[in-house]
Design a protein around this ligand. Structure first.
Ligand SMILES: Cc1ncc(COP(=O)(O)O)c(C=O)c1O
Length: 422
């Protein structure tokens, strides 16, 4: 009944964890979900106001222009100038997207012929792989290792793979590893793209979620970047707007045009009022964003300190709202996530869902209200804290279940029905 391509995407890798979570919830366990990268903090008020005003404009009832209203594309160009000192032509180098995921997912349709390859980071945001497969391309993973801060050594990509590839996906600050990079890496990426005649698609969805004074660069700041690539952005993370569905792609005009052509055949643009709200976000006050970053940074410190106190090797990421942690010795990330869920009712994401290089890891997200995050840390400390890390962790200790030292309360956290891999 269904097309073969569905099989090629493969099974949903978090299905097992979702089943376990649902079973616990059915038993009345108060599950805390730390697996989702979805800001719990509200969209800033001035953005909501802009939406309300624009929704009353009669133009909002009608189809919007395909590539985005002129005001939104101009606001994107202006934001790029202010933030990165990069100049963009709003008419040809900016394209509005229904969230960056939508654009990333359609890009391989615009650039790959069947059988051509895309180089994808492993671990990486799953859409790069699945979108390549859906476009009948071949994903070729390249490893992101801890030894280089999860930044690849492009010179180690085999020549045969580079020759086959038409597209290279990159993503810094990185999901899921929280790895960051600097402009010199993007310059290497431009040289690599030139040498192998491929397009770079840099996913900069987390550019504004950074701490300790770190300011992530844009790929387009690298010399020659606009000749070889495009960059994707999301208003989702920057402005706490995941539900609004708005993002954008910028850069090489030919690639932007090709992506726009695919989109005109599939969607009919973004609700005009949401674009007006996006303008308010891009050009409006930055204070609300600074406040939200302070919250994430404080949570990052709490989570990192809390996990280290248990004896787990939690890093202190400089960007994104993820903590990417290697599982205690001798355990896969999936086993560890399953045990954490069983013993504490806290959902964390097994790294294997992002690629085979993630198998030893788990990802925790900071987008949960402080009190719930503290409760999760508390439960983990009470359940695991007395075990001697790391070798003692794997011993067959009887699990401390709910009703014992960590009490269940009621069904349903604020985020209880969401899947683990979002
Ligand atoms: C690396 C990365 N890119 C893109 C997206 C998609 O974001 P959106 O479609 O909401 O803009 C996400 C969402 O989690 C992400 O982690």
């Amino acid at each position: 009944m269904t097309a073969d391509r569905l099989e090629r995407i493969g099974a949903y890798l978090f299905a097992d964890l979702d089943r376990k979570r649902e079973a616990l919830q059915a038993r009345g366990v108060d599950v805390i979900n730390l697996s989702i990268g979805d800001p719990d903090l509200p969209t800033p008020e001035h953005i909501i106001e802009a939406l309300m005003r624009a929704a009353r404009d009669p133009r909002a009832y009608r189809y919007p222009p395909y590539g985005g209203i002129a005001g939104f594309r101009e606001a994107v160009a202006e934001w790029y100038r202010r933030r990165f000192d990069v100049r963009l032509d709003p008419a040809t180098e900016v394209l509005a997207l229904i969230g960056s995921k939508e654009g990333l997912a359609h890009l391989p349709w615009a650039l790959l012929n069947p059988g051509e390859a895309a180089l994808i980071p492993d671990p990486g945001y799953p859409v790069y792989r699945s979108a390549t497969i859906l476009a009948e391309g071949t994903p070729i993973p390249f490893p992101l290792g801890a030894e280089r801060g999860f930044v690849p050594d492009l010179s180690r990509i085999p020549a045969a793979s580079a020759r086959r590839a038409r597209l290279l996906f990159l993503n810094y600050p990185n999901n899921p590893t929280a790895g960051v990079t600097d402009l010199s890496f993007f310059e290497e990426a431009v040289a690599f793209a030139r040498a192998h005649d491929l397009v770079v698609a840099h996913d900069n969805s987390y550019s504004e979620i950074a701490y300790d004074g770190y300011r992530p660069p844009s790929f387009l700041q690298a010399d020659g970047a606009k000749e070889v690539g495009v960059e994707f952005h999301s208003l989702s993370k920057t402005f706490c707007m995941t539900g609004w569905r708005i993002g954008f792609a910028v850069g090489n005009a030919a690639v932007i045009k090709a992506l726009g052509t695919i989109k005109t055949n599939i969607d009919s643009g973004i609700f005009r009022a949401v674009q007006e709200a996006g303008i308010a976000g891009l050009l409006g006050p930055t204070e609300p964003l600074r406040e939200r970053l302070e919250v994430y940074q404080r949570r990052r410190d709490r989570v990192s300190d809390g996990l280290r106190a248990i004896g787990w090797p939690a890093p202190r990421p400089r960007a994104t709202f993820y903590v990417w942690m290697v599982a205690p010795e001798g355990r896969s990330g999936a086993d560890f996530a399953a045990e954490v869920l069983e013993r504490t009712g806290v959902v964390i994401t097994p790294g294997a869902g992002y690629g085979s290089q993630g198998e030893r890891y788990v990802r925790l997200s900071l987008t949960t209200p402080d009190a719930r995050l503290d409760e999760a840390l508390d439960r983990m400390a009470r359940s695991f804290g007395s075990e001697a890390p790391p070798s003692g962790f794997g011993r067959e200790a009887p699990p401390a279940r709910f009703g014992g030292e960590v009490a269940p309360s009621r069904i349903g956290g604020e985020d209880s029905s969401r899947k683990s891999g979002d």
